[in-house]
Write a new protein. Structure first.
Length: 349
């Protein structure tokens, strides 16, 4: 049994001796082990000044070698985006900047009847009139910001079929999914037909698109500003007869960001409770065995690790994503757990 015990703890004895020597060395030379980590953490933490944030949902959640990615790249090769074909080729593989609304009747009925269709035209006029101010200049969607094809804004053909008048709603027959040379398959939803199975009898929803110019940095900035103004305007838009849902190229990114940042206040409360818990648990009735300062240092050590790791990743060009915002909570938990193990080992001796 004696030989077995020696064999089983030979690794443990050597590790114990190694850590004993290491601990004694730290105790005799504490200053370098306090100053150097602070200097290293400060140097690495400076990398946060170059921190970049990645919010593109496709980049974050879609596989790099997915079929959608390869198809889009191939589409870009076959239909390159140039000034002459900016609208039709660019929109094939990338919708760019846009605003979109889906309109339904509040009573769930046909949106093509005159009373409801007049509300649809009001929504369209309201959106087209949305403008932004850039460097003191007012820019309107229909005059300055809309994506154009052959010098004409790409407007909603479904409204154009009725000559932008609700009085024609009950007098004009349209066929689905095409009316003449115009495709309206993406404009109507919940379509019901007359007996010929082509002529539209009713539709439960109508979808309107508003494509914006894209290209250089200035156009992207203007389109971005218009999208934000579009969302703010549609948020306060009210009607008793219709329900309007809106969407832009930024909606998914903003909603993901909002869903994550909404829990930040809860994280703050959790951090406070965790830090308080780690300090209180180190306090005992016997002040010789109480180590509240050790609890604070355990939290500080975990905090320095968070700052250093984020700074190092930033130096390496790794972008920050909001999904990992919960990482500090996990690291603090690990740091506090290690501190508890250290105190338990000290008390055991």
């Amino acid at each position: 049994m004696c030989y077995c015990d020696c064999r089983c703890d030979c690794v443990e004895r050597r590790l114990s001796r190694l850590f004993y020597q290491y601990g004694k060395f730290i105790a005799r030379h504490p200053i370098p082990f306090v100053v150097v980590p602070l200097i290293v953490a400060a140097a690495l933490g400076a990398g946060l000044l170059t921190l970049t944030n990645e919010t593109d949902p496709e980049y974050l959640f879609a596989p790099a070698d997915s079929r959608a990615q390869s198809d889009r790249a191939r589409l870009g090769e076959l239909f390159p985006n140039d000034d002459a074909t900016q609208f039709n080729s660019a929109r094939l593989n990338n919708l760019g900047r846009f605003g979109r609304v889906i309109i339904t009747a509040s009573d769930g009925g046909n949106v093509l009847r005159e009373g409801i269709f007049s509300e649809v035209i009001k929504v369209n006029d309201f959106i087209v009139d949305i403008n932004i101010t850039v460097d003191g200049e007012t820019l309107r969607f229909d005059n300055d910001l809309c994506a154009k094809w052959l010098d004409q804004c790409s407007l909603n053909d479904i409204i154009g079929l009725y000559n932008f008048s609700s009085t024609n709603a009950d007098n004009i027959n349209i066929t689905y999914p095409t009316t003449g040379q115009i495709f309206i398959g993406g404009a109507l939803g919940g379509v019901a037909f007359y007996s010929d199975q082509e002529t539209v009898k009713s539709a439960l929803a109508i979808q309107l698109h508003y494509f914006l110019k894209s290209g250089d940095e200035e156009l992207e900035l203007q389109s971005d500003m218009w999208e934000l103004e579009f969302m703010n305007s549609m948020f306060v838009y009210e009607s008793d007869n219709i329900d309007v849902a809106y969407y832009t190229s930024q909606t998914l990114e903003l909603e993901l960001e909002a869903s994550i940042t909404s829990v930040f206040p809860l994280f703050t409360i959790t951090f406070t409770l965790l830090i308080t818990f780690s300090i209180v648990c180190c306090i005992m009735a016997d002040w010789v065995r109480s180590k509240p300062m050790l609890g604070q240092l355990g939290v500080l050590s975990a905090g320095l690790a968070i700052v250093s790791s984020l700074g190092l990743m930033s130096y390496c060009g790794v972008p920050f994503i909001n999904v990992v915002a919960s990482m500090p909570f996990l690291i603090l938990g690990i740091g506090v757990d290690d501190m508890f193990i250290m105190i338990a080992a000290w008390r055991k001796t």
